[in-house]
Design a protein around this ligand. Structure first.
Ligand code: GDP
Length: 389
């Protein structure tokens, strides 16, 4: 190849190279631009489960760096209930008492107000009293006294209603001390043991009593020593929680005496006014129940004397209640009776019968399923409710 031919070839190669570089630059430049630009989020990007979690959004520029993190909202504490105050409760329950017991009093009054109270009428009066569960001896006593007074004094001296009121009141023995021992004594909380057969309303009564005491500004601690029924501990804890009262409980089947002991210890530690202990009431095994109650009482007494032993009886069970009363009297020194479900029975005579049987006063009466349906037993109010005063 001549020198001129070599030059021509070199020029041609150079031109081809220049063109090739130009084409390459033209093609490569846009693709590099695409690779450096931020990818546009596709419509499906947010739901892509395989996509890495999106980064936290940048902080708002105006937020100071050291600003405290917002607090996690706390679960709202359950609002405490306000138990009904004593005065309102008593007025309301007195009306209820006269609804359930009024028939008895009005029945007696209309029989005694007959123009001639003959033997048949006295028999009717006796039947009315017996049907109201007054018991044979108190019925006889009342009829004898009424007969004598009406014969001697005559209805002119005092209205029949007043005579009946006085005699009914005498049967209830208004001189008995019905105050509940629920105040601290010698630097220790009062201790109230609540005993009775299952189903009488024992646990409910403990709950209602706690509320009534809270309404009177007392500091109460509950002991769930009915450890045989898991539901009983649960039930009692709920009663307490509603009014800010703590409940000491043990695992199901644990030793009731140790739960009772612990409850009293906790009450002392908290400087409570009163510790109320709910106990088990399985009457199927009488000896076992009595041993257990005796043990609960003895163990609790290591802290100091028990202030009250309240026996809960269901007013609707009549003679059955009387049998229970005898059984419990053998096991523990009952200091007061709680008659429940008096709203569901017109047999108010049971108040007299059971007081006589045990020789201890009825201190409280249950008058409904409502949380505040428990009242101190007041003989005068009771007789007035009977007679529809
Ligand atoms: P316990 O097994 O003796 O502890 O009995 P509970 O306290 O569980 O009560 C048994 C049932 O009696 C429940 O349905 C209570 O609501 C009901 N009860 C308790 N006291 C009264 C009351 O004074 N009147 C009425 N009508 N029912 C009551």
């Amino acid at each position: 190849m001549t020198a001129v031919g070599v030059v021509e070839v070199l020029v041609l190669v150079a031109v081809i190279l220049v063109i090739a570089v130009g084409v390459a630059v033209a093609f490569l430049a846009p693709s590099r631009r695409r690779r450096t630009s931020a990818p546009e989020p596709g419509p499906g990007a947010a739901t892509d489960v395989l996509a890495p979690p999106p980064e936290a959004p940048p902080k708002a520029p105006e937020a100071p760096a050291e600003a405290p993190a917002p607090e996690a909202p706390e679960a709202p504490a359950p609002a405490l209930e306000r138990p009904e105050d004593r005065a309102g409760r008593l007025v309301r329950l007195r009306e209820r008492l006269s609804r359930s017991q009024g028939t008895l009093g009005r029945g007696l009054l209309s029989l005694l107000s007959r123009e001639r109270v003959d033997e048949d009428t006295w028999e009717e009066i006796e039947d009315t009293l017996l049907t109201a569960d007054l018991g044979v001896a108190p019925t006889q006593e009342l009829v004898d006294r009424l007969r004598t007074r009406l014969r001697v004094e005559g209805s002119a001296a005092a209205p029949v209603r007043d005579v009946l009121r006085e005699e009914l009141l005498a049967l209830l023995d208004p001189s008995l001390d019905r105050e509940l021992a629920v105040d601290r004594q010698e630097g220790r909380p009062a201790v109230v043991l609540v005993v009775g057969v299952n189903g009488t309303g024992k646990t409910t009564t403990v709950g209602k009593l706690a509320r009534a005491l809270v309404a009177d500004d007392k500091h109460v601690v509950l002991g769930a020593a009915d450890t045989f029924r898991a539901a009983a501990s649960e039930q009692l804890t709920t009663w307490g929680e509603r009014v800010g009262v703590s409940t000491v409980r043990g695992p199901e089947g644990s030793d009731p005496a140790s739960v009772a002991f612990e409850a009293v210890r906790t009450g002392a530690e908290q400087e409570a006014d009163v510790v109320i202990v709910d106990t088990a009431g399985r009457l199927q095994n009488k000896a076992g129940l009595m041993d257990e109650l005796g043990k609960v009482k003895r163990v609790v007494e290591r802290h100091g004397p028990v202030s009250e032993v309240l026996l809960v009886l269901d007013a609707t069970t009549g003679q059955n209640g009387m049998i229970q009363a005898r059984v419990f009297r053998e096991a523990v020194d009952v200091t007061g009776i709680v008659l429940t479900k008096l709203d569901g029975s017109a047999k108010g005579g049971i108040v007299v019968a059971v007081q006589r049987e045990l020789g201890v006063p009825v201190k409280l009466v249950g008058l409904g399923e409502g949380a505040d349906d428990l009242a101190p037993f007041d003989p005068e109010a009771f007789v007035d409710a009977l007679l529809g005063a």
